[in-house]
Design a protein around this ligand. Structure first.
Ligand code: CA
Ligand code: CA
Ligand code: CA
Length: 579
């Protein structure tokens, strides 16, 4: 017995001395989610034996859904030991396709989708969390936010098997993650995998204090590694640090935008992963006009020094329109960096981002930090009154601004407003495209305005076309006639029609401006039967009473009173329900 045990120990020691650690099974060695269709998956065989791929399947689960039955790849062929199998999107760029073993729709992911590797029916590796949709936040990997979109992920050389708990494998920093996160469109390692399960432990990746971020004043950065006795070498020019880079000895003074990279070295350890931090010292601009006049280079980071007012926001791309006394600009916040909830009319101070000229001609501000809570609320922008010709002739000046147009009408109003549709809008000076580009707007699906009206619009541009878009139904204000004189409008309870009625009647009233209003119906004893509460709009409003009380029960024949209340106004009329 004792002998047998000794033999086993000896055999184990021999194995450890000479040989190899093999992978348990196939696993994803690389995940590419780049620009447009530059998407690829790499599967590595480190098992020590050729593997018959016909037992393996890669599946896609989109947007929190279950495994797709169509976006699936049943693999085939034999994958040699030490070799990789590359699956690419058929529309990926040529350098990816040149390496790919196969193209497949299983690569139809964009950061919030899940891909799984199956051996038979058993899931053996996964990227993303099954049946979870993180939205535009995607998933973090190795402490990098949103790493499953616009990044390349490569398995560390020491990993010997897949992990069906994605978040556990993703870890929280470079040291505890199974993955190394590379920037967008990094394809240099596609088609090969470095597998070195016996590698010595790495020194702990350095950390920086204060961390990466946006700073208004000069700072001094300390670097440390938790590995005892480690020395740290760093660069400030964006290059990869190595054994000959500057040795860290004292805090680093910093006053301009800098990319700091550092690596730790310690005896008995292999070098750490590179730690990277971007310190941003934005260029201060005094207002939106100054921002619009700055270079739209997509890289310089600008900070608006003044408070600006939010005039419009939509869920799509988390877009916001901001305006001050000088100009306006569109904030395109695809990654929802400014995720503080704001309301129209909020003042926001210190918005920081890069300036980009979109292909359609729109100047866009892309935020890089969240400026935090509103610095004021309830601000009112009184839009400048302009003509259609003035907008057309000053498209750049007025771009993204909330403007007022009076006495306009549609060339051919019919039916309801449809989203993402262009309508010709006219006044005495010309024609402009009214584009329903705010798909969430409350007027989509409501009848198009007939005749002349006044309207508040946001000015945008689509290539050579200047467009205007009302933000909401209350941006439309009817006008009574064509001669630019607003008929004085008071509150008035007009009456009901038909009367007598059975069981339905329409109560109409007139408002001089948009305001909360209540129509209350009483029985002859003065008891409330039915209440309608609404935010009435300027002009004629109506409510339809179906002859039922607040509990939905039909009321009896008889005389009823109906009262309009709005502010200090109150008026009551009689009507008769005759069954
Ligand atoms: Ca992408
Ligand atoms: Ca998706
Ligand atoms: Ca690779």
């Amino acid at each position: 017995m004792k002998k047998a045990l000794t033999l086993i120990v000896m055999l184990a020691a021999t194995a450890a001395m000479f040989a190899q650690v093999y992978a348990v099974d196939l696993f994803f060695s690389e995940y590419v989610e780049g620009t447009s269709n530059n998407k690829a998956l790499e599967i590595f065989n480190g098992t020590g034996e050729p593997v018959d791929l016909s037992n393996y399947t890669v599946k896609l689960a989109s947007n929190g859904g279950t495994w797709s039955s169509t976006n699936i790849l049943n693999m085939s062929g034999v994958l040699d030991d030490g070799d990789v199998y590359v699956i690419a999107n058929s529309q990926a760029e040529a350098s990816i396709l040149a390496i790919a073993n196969v193209t497949s729709t299983v690569t139809y992911y964009n950061g919030n989708d899940v891909v799984g590797l199956f051996n038979g029916n058993t899931l053996i590796d996964i990227i993303g969390v099954y049946q979870q949709d993180p939205g535009t936040a995607n998933w973090p990997v190795a402490g990098t936010p949103s790493a499953t979109a616009e990044h390349t992920l490569i398995r560390k050389p020491t990993v010997i098997q897949g992990n069906t708990n994605f978040l556990a494998g993703a870890g929280t920093n470079a040291d505890d993650s199974e993955w190394i996160v590379y920037p967008q469109n990094y394809f240099a390692d596609l088609g090969q995998h470095t597998f070195n399960p016996g590698a010595p432990e790495q020194a702990a990746t350095p950390t920086f204090n204060p961390p990466a971020g946006v700073y208004a004043n000069p700072i001094s950065v300390t670097i440390s590694s938790t590995t005892p006795g480690a020395i740290i070498r760093y660069t400030t020019d964006g290059t990869e640090p190595n054994e000959t880079s500057t040795l860290y000895s004292a805090p680093i003074a910093m006053a301009t935008t800098t990319t700091l990279k550092a690596k730790a070295y310690a005896t008995g350890f292999s070098p750490s992963y590179t730690a990277t931090a971007n310190y941003i010292f934005p260029v201060q601009v005094s207002n939106i006009a100054a921002l619009r006049a700055s270079a739209a280079d997509g890289t310089t980071i600008y900070q608006l020094a003044n408070e600006v007012i939010l005039t419009m926001q939509q869920n799509w791309r988390h877009q916001k329109f901001i305006q001050d006394a000088t100009a306006a600009i569109l904030i395109d916040d695809y990654n929802n960096i400014m995720n503080t909830p704001y309301n129209i009319g909020d003042g926001i101070t210190g918005i920081t981002g890069t300036l980009n000229r979109y292909t359609t001609g729109m100047l866009q501000f892309w935020p890089v930090i969240n400026p935090g809570p509103a610095t004021s609320t309830g601000n009112v922008i009184i839009p400048q009154l302009v003509t259609i010709a003035e907008i057309t002739n000053n498209a750049e000046l007025y771009q993204s601004r909330l403007m007022r147009l009076d006495n306009v009408h549609y060339a051919s109003p019919s039916g309801n407003y449809a989203a993402q549709t262009s309508y010709d809008l006219l006044d005495a000076t010309g024609t402009i495209v009214m584009r329903t580009q705010f798909s969430d707007a409350d007027y989509i699906g409501t009848p198009m305005h007939q005749g002349n009206f006044n309207v508040y619009v946001i000015v945008t541009q689509y290539n050579a076309t200047t467009q205007v878009t009302p933000r909401m139904l209350s941006d439309f204000n009817p006008v009574a006639n064509d001669d630019n004189v607003l008929t004085p409008m008071q509150i008035e309870l007009i009456g009901n029609y038909p009367n007598p009625f059975n069981p339905e009647t329409t109560i109409r009233f007139k408002m001089e401006k948009s305001a909360p209003a209540e129509v209350i119906i009483y029985n002859e004893k003065g008891q409330i039967v039915k209440t309608f509460s609404t935010i009435a709009t300027q002009g004629i409003n109506s409510v339809v009473w179906d002859g039922k009380d607040n509990n939905g029960h039909p009321v009896a024949s008889g005389v009823y009173l109906f009262r309009l209340k709005s502010g200090s106004y109150s008026s009551t009329k009689k009507m008769v329900l005759m069954k």
